[in-house]
Design a protein around this ligand. Structure first.
Ligand SMILES: Nc1ncnc2c1ncn2[C@@H]1O[C@H](COP(=O)(O)OP(=O)(O)OP(=O)(O)O)[C@@H](O)[C@H]1O
Length: 245
């Protein structure tokens, strides 16, 4: 397993206004799989992803990455672990404006003081179609190009897991599909483990597996998803909330 979460509880706030964002969430992420995380708004998707990625702590439960118990690490060690072992792609790209595309891609290795694996760099640049844009800064790139730079940056250090939070949220459908095809290729052909939070059943259909959250818990899983099967499952999750509402 690349990652495991056992019985996670995360409570925001106190007393009457306390919210159980995670309420006994358990999930396993097998190595080399592309997993999509779905669920209604407020079901705990971002909170679960942040817990798995060591971006945030939980109130109880355990997160294990590879053979490291993340929940036993202090903030400094979690930061190091994120930098050395994980990759991230966010909806808002999060590129450094003053750096070129090439410098942005290499950034995780620059920060870690490690050399760039030139063959891997060139493979990423070629597969993501970035060869002609490497000396441009983010402001000179389209949204799709910026997101492809962000994906190359997430993969350059060959992290144990890439976490993607709505990575196609700011892209037109064509750029979004190209990106999802690349993520699927990275998992299937290169063995990259990927966890993606999405609201879009068509995006989730690119994954090997969909994990559904409701009220802070994993309530269903779907292997080899189609967009229709994902929609049907989402409708089931939404149904109780509509009764009387
Ligand atoms: N920093 C915070 N302080 C207080 N409550 C929070 C905080 N972050 C999240 N929550 C609450 O925790 C619950 C789960 O939030 P989370 O963002 O994980 O859901 P989500 O499934 O990712 O939602 P969305 O699909 O709308 O992004 C929600 O009720 C949310 O309001």
């Amino acid at each position: 397993m690349a990652a495991e979460a056992h019985d996670l509880v995360k409570i925001y706030g106190r007393g009457d206004t306390a919210v159980r964002a995670l309420d006994g969430a358990s999930v396993t992420i097998p190595t080399g799989t592309f997993t999509a995380v779905m669920g209604p708004s407020g079901s705990g998707k971002s909170t679960l992803m942040h817990a798995l990625a060591g971006l945030d702590t939980v109130d109880s439960g355990r997160v294990v990455l590879g053979d490291t118990d993340l929940t036993a690490l202090d903030e400094r060690r979690r930061t190091l672990l994120r930098r050395e072992r994980l990759g991230f792609v966010f909806q808002s790209f999060n590129l450094i404006p003053s750096l070129t595309a090439a410098e942005n891609i290499a950034l995780p290795l620059t920060l870690a003081g490690r050399p760039v694996d030139q063959d891997w760099y060139e493979e990423l640049v070629a597969t993501l179609g970035l060869a002609g844009r490497l000396h441009h800064r983010p402001a000179e790139l389209s949204g799709g190009q910026q997101q492809r730079v962000a994906v190359a940056r997430a993969l350059i250090a060959r992290p144990e897991i890439v976490f993607a939070d709505e990575p196609t949220g700011n892209l037109d459908s064509r750029s979004g599909e190209a990106l999802l095809e690349f993520l699927r290729h990275a998992a299937r052909d290169l063995g990259q483990t990927i966890v993606m939070v999405t609201h879009d059943p068509r995006a989730a259909a690119y994954a090997d597996r969909v994990v559904f959250l409701a009220d802070g818990r994993v309530t269903a899983e779907l292997d080899d998803p189609t967009a229709d099967a994902v929609l049907a499952q989402m409708a089931r999750l939404d149904a109780p909330a509509r009764i009387g509402g």
